[in-house]
Structure formats: C-alpha cells, structure tokens
Write a protein that binds this ligand. Structure first.
Ligand SMILES: *[C@@H]1O[C@H](CO)[C@@H](O)[C@H](O)[C@H]1NC(C)=O
Ligand SMILES: *[C@@H]1O[C@H](CO)[C@@H](O)[C@H](O)[C@H]1NC(C)=O
Ligand SMILES: *[C@@H]1O[C@H](CO)[C@@H](O)[C@H](O)[C@H]1NC(C)=O
Ligand SMILES: *[C@@H]1O[C@H](CO)[C@@H](O)[C@H](O)[C@H]1NC(C)=O
Ligand SMILES: *[C@@H]1O[C@H](CO)[C@@H](O)[C@H](O)[C@H]1NC(C)=O
Ligand SMILES: *[C@@H]1O[C@H](CO)[C@@H](O)[C@H](O)[C@H]1NC(C)=O
Ligand SMILES: *[C@@H]1O[C@H](CO)[C@@H](O)[C@H](O)[C@H]1NC(C)=O
Ligand SMILES: *[C@@H]1O[C@H](CO)[C@@H](O)[C@H](O)[C@H]1NC(C)=O
Ligand SMILES: *[C@@H]1O[C@H](CO)[C@@H](O)[C@H](O)[C@H]1NC(C)=O
Ligand SMILES: *[C@@H]1O[C@H](CO)[C@@H](O)[C@H](O)[C@H]1NC(C)=O
Ligand SMILES: *[C@@H]1O[C@H](CO)[C@@H](O)[C@H](O)[C@H]1NC(C)=O
Ligand SMILES: *[C@@H]1O[C@H](CO)[C@@H](O)[C@H](O)[C@H]1NC(C)=O
Length: 720
C-alpha cells in the first residue's frame, strides 16, 4: 500500500515530509530543466495553463509575433448545418450498413450519398482558439528581428514564464502566469516604453476553419465579417469583450492596475488596443462561456487610485502554490546520481517536461486531445481509445485528483449515448465512441466506427483506482459503467459454431489501423484485452456480492485463442505473410501490448513466454519503426520490462524516432503533427513501470537496467 496521503495531495506539501525524495531535492531537479529560449519556435509555444485552459506564448511571453493559441475545455463552435435537401439536420445522417455475421449493421460512416451532412458531422464542433494577446508597437511592421537581447525562461516549479527583450534601446520585462482555478492569465509588463506610445497590448479574435489539423496555429484572422465582437469598458481598469460566432458566445474580462483605455477594433479587424501609461502594467484576462457578473471589487482603479502596494491578482501566488504542490506530491524519479550513462540527463529532461506538459494540457474535465491545448488535431476532438494512454499516468504517478477530473465522469456522461449506439447496432450494453466531442457524439469514419480497443478501458481505470482505493465508493461509482461495458463486450463477441469459440470481428479495425477490416478476425491485442476486461468485470461483481451475468463467463471462458503464426503472436488470425510483407510490420505493434500495457491473463491459458520472446525479437528486427510514433515506443519498452530486458526498454525510449523538442513537446513525425502528447504519456507510463514495478515483478526497489542502480524513485503506484 502506498502512502495514504494521495488523498490530500491537492494541498501544498502535505506529502512532502513522508517523501523519500525531499522537496528541496525535487525542486533542484525540476528547476534544472526550466526551459530557456532566445527566439520563438516555429512549431511550439511555451505554455502556462491548468489542464482545462492554456496559453501558448512566443518569445515575448505573449502572442505578439506567433499566433499560438488560447485553448479551453469548453470553447467549441459549429459551422452552420448544410442546406442540401435531406441533409439539413444531424438526424438525417444514416451512416452505412455493412454485413456483419449474416446481418446488416449500421456503422457510423460517411455516406457517399450524404456527403454534406457526413462532412459536417466530422468537422463540427471544432475547438476554438479563444484569442490572441500580444504587444502592439508604435509601428505595425515591427518583427521579432527588431527586438534585441531576447531571453525567456519557463520556471516549472512556479508555473511562471519570464520573458525579456529590448526594443528601440529600452528593456521590456514580462511575466506570464495562468490561474490554477479559472481560465485566466495574469501578465505583468515593466518597461519605460509603456509610458509613451511605443508599446501597448492588443487582444484579437480569430475565426475557426475547417482544417482537420490546425497546427501550429489555430484559426484564421481574415474572415472578420463572419463573427462579431463588442467591447464594454466597465471602468478605467476593466473591460469585457464579448465574442459572438454563430451559436457560440463567450466573454473575456480584462482588468488592469492603472487607469487606461481600450480602443478598437480597428476597421476590418477584431483587434483591440489597451493603453495604460505606467512603467508597470498588470493585466488579467479571464475567459468564460457566460457573461461574468458585474465586478465591484475593482473599485480602486475606478477611483483612479494606484494599487502599486497590492498586486492586481492572486494568480501568481496561486500558481506558485499549485505547482510546488504538484511537484512535491506524487511520484518522482531522480537520475542525477546515475553517472555511468550519458543519456540520463536527456531521459530526466523528458520525464520532467512531460509531467509539466501533461498537467497543463491533459488534466482536463474532458479527455484531452492528442495535441492537448497547444493546437487542434482532428478538429480539437478527443479519441476515446487514447484516453488510456493520456490519463493513466496521472494514476500511476499518484496524482489521482487530476485523473478524477474526467474519470469516471466522462463515462457516466457518455453512458446514455453509448447505450443507444450499441442498441442501434444490435448489441446490448454500451459501445464507447471514438473521435468525440464534449456532447459524446462520435465522428463518422470507417476506422472510427470499426475500432474496438477503447471498449475495455473503463475496466483498466476502475481496477487501477480500486487497487489504490479498495472501498465501496470505488466499487459503486464504476459499477454501472463496467456492467454496461461488459454487456456490450459479451454481446459483440460472435459465437463461431464451426470452431466453437467466440470471435472478435470481422469487420473491425485492430489497434494497428492498417488491415482490411473485412478480413480482420481475432486480433491478438483485442482478444487479450477482451479477456482482461471481462475478468475485471467478473471480479467487480464478486466484490459487490452481485450475480455475475452468465454471458460474461461464457464469452470469457470460450474466447478465441491468441493467434500464433510461426511461433509468434500475429496481428490477427490468418493474416497473410505475417513478418514477410511490410504491411504486416507497420503501424502500432500491438501484440507487444499483451505483455506490457496489459498484465498476463488472470484466466484461461497462460501466455507462452517463448512465443512472447520470439514476437518481441521479430518486432525489434523487422518492424518499420521509422513509421511508428508515440506510444509504440513506450509499449515496446513496457514489453521489454516484463520480459526482463530493461536495457532494451531504455533503448526504445531513446529511439531516434521518438523525439521531444527543446521545451519537451513530443514531436509528431511523419504521420501526426507536433505535439503528439500520447508520446509524453507513454513515456511516463513506461517510467512508472520501471520505477514502481508491477505485479509479479521480484519486489526490487526499481527495475532500471544495470548501471542505473543509483536512481532514486519515490511514490509510484505499481502496475498490474
Ligand atoms: C540562443 O540559443 C541558442 C540555442 O540554445 C544558442 O545556440 C545561441 O547561442 C543563443 N543566442 C544568443 C544570442 O544567446
Ligand atoms: C453543435 O451542434 C450539435 C448538434 O446540433 C450540438 O449537439 C452541439 O451542442 C453543438 N455545439 C456547439 C458548440 O454549438
Ligand atoms: C468491406 O466490406 C464493405 C461492405 O460490407 C465494403 O463496403 C468495403 O468496401 C469493404 N472494404 C474492403 C477494404 O474490402
Ligand atoms: C543587450 O545585451 C548586450 C550584450 O549583453 C548589452 O551590452 C546591452 O546593454 C543590452 N541592452 C540593453 C538595453 O539591456
Ligand atoms: C526610438 O526611441 C526614440 C527616443 O528614444 C524615438 O525618438 C524614436 O521615435 C523611437 N523609434 C521608434 C521606431 O519607435
Ligand atoms: C484568408 O487567408 C487564407 C490563407 O491565409 C486564404 O486561403 C483565405 O481565402 C482568406 N480568406 C479570406 C476571406 O480572405
Ligand atoms: C474510497 O475511494 C475513493 C475513490 O474511489 C476515495 O475518494 C475515498 O477517499 C475512499 N474512501 C475511503 C474511506 O478510503
Ligand atoms: C460481500 O459479502 C462479504 C461476505 O458476506 C462482506 O464481507 C462484504 O462486505 C460484502 N461486500 C459488499 C460490497 O457488500
Ligand atoms: C513461417 O516461416 C517460414 C520461414 O521463414 C516461411 O517460409 C513461412 O511462409 C512462414 N509461415 C507462415 C504461415 O507465415
Ligand atoms: C510455447 O511455444 C513453444 C514454441 O511454439 C513451444 O515449443 C512450447 O511447447 C510452448 N510451451 C508451452 C508451455 O505450451
Ligand atoms: C519494406 O520496407 C523497407 C524499409 O522501409 C524497404 O527498404 C523495403 O523496400 C520494403 N519492402 C517492400 C517489399 O516494400
Ligand atoms: C544513448 O542513446 C542513444 C540513442 O539516443 C544510443 O544510441 C546510445 O547508445 C545511448 N548511449 C548509451 C551509453 O546507452
């Protein structure tokens, strides 16, 4: 049993006295990886944020030269519905029927006869870039090259971004912070330039577009007549701007510390300027979906009084408290005493920066998108098969409160629509969607509608939570979710009367989304995961002293055996030319996941260690890893760990294709844009396993390879 103080980790420092790696040591490790830049990156911002809201800054600490985004959990927009006859409502969409074991099943796929509504359903809603806030200079043609002495440091321990530069001979110092508790930033600017007219601030608002991948920037700035903004200056120190786009409206409340004036927008734009003449300008910007209540607190500025003696906002101190508490609690790895290997610094850098970036981008009330709150991939939607990778690290690194922001809530919220989805396809229980928006609607798509490996995820999360919190509350709050999920899984499996076993597919897409769905039968990973999910569901009912639905037992005990070809686990049963055709050694090598991401089976025939080893060796030698991305490397690393080869695990985690940029953003590579956060999450899961062990491991202090014994680890939740 790990430390009980996980119950109270949201409060600063409460765990620290019990931690084996003291706070001071953690602080020095973390701060040694503070990100420093002297120019804007073309692909990634530096961010401050809180998991539900993040602000991406360029070298100025704002969004002056690079229009990085301000993204939130709640800011979404629909374009207007199509007008083509018979396609004017989402209820007109029919999907496509495919033969499935002798019956027609309707799949949520684009219908060629309904192109307009199909496309609308894929592209809408899309996540909104809420705006840009930057410096405005006296002349409009100032570029980043016109600034000198640019420096920037992201202080990870405080959540503070400090930036400074020189313009026209004068220094400008900027601090940027995000509020842990609201969708707000606080900015402090100190410069003589503010006293004249050479420097001010702007706020501007983009319009969404229809691009699947909106990276590195989100939205367009030239479609200004399609949306509206209105600004109300409510006092000499505050203003509220309302942004109205079709059915979406949201508000930005600006407050500043000295009397000032908002002007604008300049013609043909939505760009507003703030000028407030003082050497020191403090600004807060709060983004809300609803009109904020009229604020009477801000009287001092209304009366023209200087507030230099008192800070405008408590955001900086709240941010310091939140981040120091985050780093002081939860698990920790310190590699600084490992001197035998030159790669430890890079691995430690990735570990620290991944922790920061996942807390900023993925600790959300909705599942995170793959690109977090940096930019939009898949229109800003999130994928329910990726939630396991994205969110599980919060549990294993002992940050349960961050996990609980979305779990099990999102499964509860999406349960009714998932029950409807299963019923409409002729199954019992709840079938979880795939590429999803906050209403729980899954976007049409051939892969989207035929992927199944997201189905057992609730069991993985529930069991992980129960292992740390084995009580009735845990059992109760997951019970209906697990019941509906297991009902679906049992009814989806198809009894094959010629073989006498329950099959998965066809049609289906396995984890590797590159097979012919009509030929894909009994993929290794999905079979193992079905057994895992049903085992946990059965155990759950026993713990609750409830009757176990017989169908769960029948399917679990008669599910098809894992497919073996030439003494290796194959992608799926009967796949032609396994290992000898490039198409079979490409995409996600999910067979490695059955002994890595998943524990060995608790029921049925045991895995064959020789076959597992053969499979790992073939993947190592033949898989087209240069085409792989993200969590593939983490999955292979976890497989290597269970097979007892920690050195190989490290090698996968430092594979040349598995890259993280100077600020720790996971580089997308040839298939997905940057950042692709499942890489960061995968890395943290693999590290949690190496540091914290797993059931059946020999009970060592950690599982790092030879030469890395000096590593210090603290506070991990063991893997299953
Ligand atoms: C800016 O940073 C780069 C990379 O860290 C470094 O090579 C370069 O010397 C720096 N330039 C200045 C002017 O500090
Ligand atoms: C977009 O439209 C869908 C379908 O009408 C609706 O469920 C959803 O709430 C809308 N979202 C936004 C942000 O308007
Ligand atoms: C799979 O079958 C469906 C019809 O059931 C068909 O529309 C589709 O083209 C087939 N796909 C492939 C790759 O054969
Ligand atoms: C800019 O940096 C240079 C070299 O470090 C220094 O000499 C100069 O004083 C700086 N300029 C300002 C305005 O701080
Ligand atoms: C630079 O500053 C000087 C005064 O120090 C001023 O006369 C000049 O107009 C400024 N130039 C620009 C481009 O703002
Ligand atoms: C906006 O700019 C983009 C390219 O940056 C262009 O494709 C688009 O047509 C422009 N839209 C308008 C309304 O000018
Ligand atoms: C029971 O588990 C829940 C998590 O599911 C946790 O929040 C709660 O504190 C636990 N209760 C007790 C008494 O341990
Ligand atoms: C199940 O039954 C056992 C034995 O009677 C009992 O100890 C336990 O508390 C029960 N569990 C629940 C969740 O009711
Ligand atoms: C098994 O491996 C042998 C030798 O590599 C190969 O010739 C044969 O085609 C393989 N069998 C299958 C079913 O893939
Ligand atoms: C494991 O697989 C190997 C290779 O196919 C086989 O020789 C061996 O008998 C199997 N072991 C068990 C326990 O089934
Ligand atoms: C398989 O992939 C490798 C590496 O990309 C390439 O060299 C080889 O030509 C490919 N083989 C076939 C048959 O496409
Ligand atoms: C360090 O990592 C690189 C891959 O990034 C690898 O080639 C090299 O062998 C590693 N060095 C050691 C000593 O493990």
């Amino acid at each position: 049993m790990f430390r009980i103080c996980v119950l109270v980790v949201t409060v600063a420092g409460l765990c620290s006295s019990e931690a084996t790696i003291p706070v001071s040591q953690r602080r020095s490790v973390v701060r040694s990886f503070n990100v420093k830049r002297n120019a804007s990156s073309d692909s990634t911002p530096l961010q401050v944020g809180n998991g539900n809201f993040a602000f991406g800054a360029d070298i100025t600490g704002l969004q002056t030269f690079k229009p990085y985004a301000i993204l939130s959990t709640w800011g979404w927009h629909n374009f207007s519905l199509p007008t083509a006859p018979g396609q004017t409502s989402i209820d007109d969409f029919t999907g496509l029927q495919w033969w499935t074991h002798d019956r027609l099943v309707t799949y949520n796929q684009p219908n060629p006869g309904q192109n307009d509504i199909s496309t609308w359903l894929i592209q809408n809603p899309q996540r909104l870039n809420l705006g840009n806030i930057g410096f405005s200079f006296d002349t409009s043609d100032v570029t980043e090259n016109d600034l000198q002495n640019k420096t920037q440091e992201l202080d990870l321990w405080a959540g503070k971004l400090s930036s400074s530069f020189v313009y026209n001979g004068s220094k400008v110092d900027v601090e940027t912070w995000a509020d842990p508790d609201s969708d707000s930033i606080a900015v402090t600017v100190e410069s003589d330039l503010l006293l004249g007219s050479q420097l001010g601030l702007f706020i501007d608002f983009p319009y969404p577009n229809r691009l699947k991948f909106n990276a590195p920037f989100v939205g367009v700035w030239n479609e200004t007549d399609r949306h509206e903004t209105t600004c109300e200056q409510t006092s000499p120190g505050s203003a509220t701007i309302r942004h109205h786009l079709g059915q979406t409206t949201y508000f930005v409340t600006l407050k500043w510390n000295i009397p000032g004036l908002i002007s604008g927008p300049s013609k043909g734009t939505h760009r507003y300027l703030l000028s407030a003449k003082s050497k020191r300008l403090e600004l807060t910007a709060t983004f809300t979906p609803d009109r904020p209540p009229h604020d009477r607190e801000h009287k001092e500025v209304e009366e023209g009084a200087q507030t230099a003696h008192r800070p405008l906002s408590n955001i900086p101190s709240a941010s310091r408290t939140w981040w120091s508490s985050f780093w002081s609690s939860g698990a920790f790895i310190d590699l600084s005493s490992v001197t035998s290997n030159p790669n430890t610094t890079e691995l430690q850098r990735r570990i620290v920066l991944s922790q920061y970036l996942l807390a900023v981008n993925s600790a959300s009330y909705n599942p995170p998108q793959e690109s977090g709150l940096v930019n939009n991939g898949w229109y800003g939607k999130f994928h329910l098969e990726m939630i396991l990778w994205n969110s599980l690290p919060f549990a294993r690194w002992n940050h349960f409160p961050l996990l609980w922001r979305s779990l099990p809530d999102i499964y509860k919220r999406f349960l009714p629509s998932s029950i409807t989805r299963a019923r409409d396809m002729g199954y019992s229980g709840a079938r979880w969607g795939k590429m999803t928006d906050p209403t729980g609607r899954s976007a049409p798509g051939e892969i989207n509608s035929l992927l199944i490996w997201q189905q057992p995820h609730p069991m993985y999360f529930a069991e992980t939570e129960y292992r740390s919190f084995p009580n009735r509350t845990t059992l109760g709050r997951w019970d209906d979710i697990i019941t509906e999920t297991a009902d679906y899984m049992a009814s989806y499996a198809y009894f094959n009367s010629s073989t006498g076993v329950y099959d998965l597919g066809p049609p289906m897409y396995p984890v590797s989304e590159n097979t012919n769905p009509n030929a894909t039968l009994n993929p290794t990973f999905e079979l193992a995961y079905w057994r895992f999910g049903l085992d946990i569901a059965i155990r759950w009912k026993s713990r609750l002293n409830q009757t176990i639905p017989p169908a769960w037992l029948v399917v679990r005990d008669n599910i098809a055996p894992l497919p073996v070809i030439n003494n290796t686990y194959a992608v799926y049963e009967g796949i032609p030319q396994m290992w000898t055709d490039n198409a079979t050694v490409n995409d996600h090598p999910a067979m490695a996941g059955i002994y890595g991401l998943l524990p060995p089976p608790a029921s049925g025939p045991p895995l064959n260690l020789t076959i597992l080893q053969n499979t790992a060796a073939k993947i190592h030698d033949l898989w087209l890893l240069e085409e792989s991305y993200g969590w593939d490397f983490a999955m292979l690393a976890m497989n290597s760990l269970r097979l007892g080869d920690a050195a190989q695990a490290i090698e996968y985690l430092l594979h040349p294709i598995f890259q993280f940029d100077d600020a720790g953003y996971p580089v997308g590579g040839s298939r997905v844009p940057t950042p692709y956060f499942p890489n960061s999450a995968g890395l943290l899961l693999a590290m949690a396993m190496m540091a914290g062990g797993w059931d059946g491991a020999e009970g060592k202090k950690h599982y790092f390879p030879a030469g890395w014994e000096a590593v210090e680890v603290d506070g991990f939740v063991k893997a299953m």
